[in-house]
Design a protein around this ligand. Sequence first.
Ligand code: NI
Length: 143
Amino acid sequence: METVYITRRETFNAAHKLYRPDWSEEKNEEVFGKCSNKNWHGHNFVIYVTVKGVPNEDTGFVMNLKDLSALLNESVIEELDHKNLNLDVPFMKDVMASTENLVILIWKRIEGSIREKGGELAKIKLVETENNYVEYYGGKEPF
Ligand code: NI
């Protein structure tokens, strides 16, 4: 049977700043630019979660996208939407609130639940702005 990749898109908005208290203001500004603004800034994030598998013989589904959506809303969107990534999100505690770190931690949160539903998490794409996005394949090479 053939492997197929399915993707669910969800959105959330969140505030953050990229700032190291152990660095001077100047160094923070130099490395993080506008993202180091003390008074925070926000993004409208778009997340694409891709699951791979062989379509089930009875349903024709790799995984029910309704189940995937419910799982994402419960484990990711509820946790992040309208939150401050530096202050409000337990799983981001003590982590630089970069999109790279966020995508890795989201993967860890949902990988097991997706497997329980019969899918295998293959990729997460997290779009921060129109021009910037990150992709994560669980630490593996894409293909
Ligand atoms: Ni930012």
